[in-house]
Design a protein around this ligand. Sequence first.
Ligand SMILES: *Cc1c(COP(=O)(O)O)cnc(C)c1O
Length: 378
Amino acid sequence: MKIGTKLIHNGHETDPHTGALSVPIYQVSTFAQESLDHFGKYDYARSGNPTREALEETVAQLESGTHGFAFASGMAAISSTLLLFSPGDHLVVCEDVYGGTFRVLTSLFSRLGIETTFVDATSLAAIEAALRPETRGLFLETPSNPLLKITDLVGVAKLARERGILTLVDNTFMTPYFQRPLELGCDIVLHSGTKFLNGHSDVICGFAVVRDAELAKRLRFVQNAFGAILGPQDSWLVLRGLKTLKVRMEESQRGAMAVANWLTSQAQVTEVFYPGLPGHPGHDVHARQASGPGAVLSFKLASVDVTRRLLEGSRLAAFAVSLGGVESILSYPAKMSHAAMPPHEREARGVTDTLVRLSVGLEEAEDLIADLDRAMNG
Ligand SMILES: *Cc1c(COP(=O)(O)O)cnc(C)c1O
């Protein structure tokens, strides 16, 4: 079955008790047990809740995994998963990783004795050169945030597997609709489900998905022990949002392609970063491992003045943190997603004061382009 069908038919399309065409919201914290000797499948809702479980199974199927875990946020999913590592372990991480991931690695996990080296992950040689005998994990985003750099996932997974290193991929930008890292040999897929998976800018949530039973056991232990779980109401909203993932991703991508092409012809735009453009350095690698370039792009403007005009003047695109909603969102990485990064680190990674990120929503591309044109060119 193709993923567009799996979004609708995944074993959770009807409630087995009533035939309802929607998973019930089990708003409950505990479950009555029948006997002293035999506890039922559910005992306490931190350990398991049927609504959350339906969502976890759905996301796992979409990512071609066997086990999914839902968390209270993308950062909760990432941080809980990083708890698989121990003091003395070393991680290699792509240098333009999400700012929150950078922060948790460099200010929290570093304190717990887990060391990180940041590398330009577009180069397998750079990744290999950063490996140490104690390297236990590679953490990647492709396309990366906010410069849309591409990492060769098949190449990395092979390199890591030969050395017994786990490959973790934050798949937030692509979603399983366009890219499924587990199928490419990676070990753990992570998500900020807050973005495209839920898709309606109304839930904060995160996911981890694996296909290895032993890894699943360890992650289930962390999820239950650490306890950063997703609640049933939010789980239900994400189940609902997921049903339209295909149409949202296809339509937003169509808009993103149109906007990217338009931006390349603009005098005030000095650089456009979008893996759908043939000139993008990662275009071919991306086309091999994903079925589309997605709906997020970024670009650099001629001056801070134009940058301000655009961000403050657009009426259709919200000027906001986040991405992946039905509405287009313009963000300013220097003061938003990468605010947690020291300015010199940020500039060194190309996240300058004239860089803007655009997540294209479901507006008509023509209207969006006219709006950006008016804001930018007056
Ligand atoms: C937003 C985001 C996160 C963090 O997710 P939250 O749901 O905000 O905690 C992690 N990675 C990427 C790529 C993101 O865009």
